[in-house]
Design a protein around this ligand. Structure first.
Ligand code: SAM
Length: 283
């Protein structure tokens, strides 16, 4: 056993298609002393398919802290260890943060072995702006918390990326319509790199209808990507100011029509904005 600490490798695994797995990822997993996995039975299938016989240890969200200490002790004693998750890149909505942060604190070398991650895979093919985006992971499962998370993102101009579980897709689309409006563009990226891969771009309202009509579209693994809000420069702020004043004394339709005349904006869009302003003020 050497006195120098070993290396902690963070190794990505395929998100569906086994052909996407790199040679280097497989080599590293063959060479390390131990592989920390979320689920030994699940990873055993992948590892035996590739003839990798390195011992495994369970590392999941329920034992992260205790397991981290054991792994750190082995690393400090000179063993190199790899961390993988069930699929994709570890730590991206997956366990591993306590281990990696403690490894840095204790001067242990951490080396990433890059590979698939659903967030980047979906974003790259979404057709939505990729220059600035925000990854929100999974939305909270409690309705109120989910709604307020979405409301806080309402004016964010960056592309928004969410992981979604199939049984909540319809509920989430409904909540997104409430927060962003039915005209906001969304991309449903489902079963990427697998047989039933789907990438569909539509407005939130159209997407909800489509998913309700074809239950297969809420099956499997899903990433939702939402177009960011239109940039609200000084002009947009002025439109909102005009609309807010008119709404004090006029019904929504008239206020939107007059605001369109004053600002040169579109009546339809101003009508929706007026509803949003009224909703915001009612809270
Ligand atoms: N660490 C993984 C990664 O790097 O993508 C993500 C793990 S998270 C527990 C699992 C979620 O990722 C799924 O619920 C889904 O939202 C997304 N996901 C994983 N594989 C996917 C795929 N093949 N197609 C679409 N989404 C996928």
């Amino acid at each position: 056993m050497s006195n120098a600490p070993g290396t902690l490798y963070i190794v990505a695994t395929p998100i569906g298609n086994l052909g996407d797995w790199s040679q280097r990822a497989q080599e590293v997993l063959t060479q390390v002393s131990l592989i920390a996995v979320e689920d030994t039975r699940h990873s055993n299938k992948l590892l035996s398919h590739f003839g990798i016989q390195t011992p495994m240890i369970a590392y999941h969200e329920h034992n992260e802290k205790v397991a981290s200490e054991k792994l750190l002790a082995r690393l400090l004693a000179g063993d190199s260890i790899a961390l993988i998750s069930d699929a994709g890149t570890p730590l991206i909505s997956d366990p591993g943060y306590p281990l990696v942060s403690a490894a840095h604190a204790r001067g242990i070398r951490v080396s990433p072995i890059p590979g698939p991650s659903a967030v980047i895979t979906a974003l790259s093919a979404s057709g939505l702006p990729t220059d600035r985006f925000i990854f929100e992971g999974f939305l909270p499962s409690k309705m109120q918390a989910r709604k307020s998370r979405l409301e806080n993102l309402q004016a964010d101009t960056r592309t928004l990326v969410f992981y979604e579980s199939p049984h909540r897709l319809i509920e989430t689309l409904v909540d997104m319509i409430a927060a962003f409006g039915g005209e906001r563009v969304v991309v449903l990226a489902r079963e990427l790199s697998k047989t039933f891969e789907t990438l569909k771009q539509a407005t939130l309202q159209e997407m909800l209808l489509w998913v309700e009509q074809d239950k297969n579209q809420s099956r499997g693994e899903i990433v939702l990507i939402i177009h960011g809000a239109e940039a609200s420069g000084p002009e947009a702020a002025e439109v909102e100011r005009v609309l807010s004043i008119l709404l004090k004394s006029l019904p929504v339709k008239e206020a939107a029509a007059l605001a369109a005349e004053i600002t040169g904006g579109k009546k339809n869009a101003l009508y929706k904005q007026a509803l949003y302003i009224l909703g915001k003020n009612a809270k």
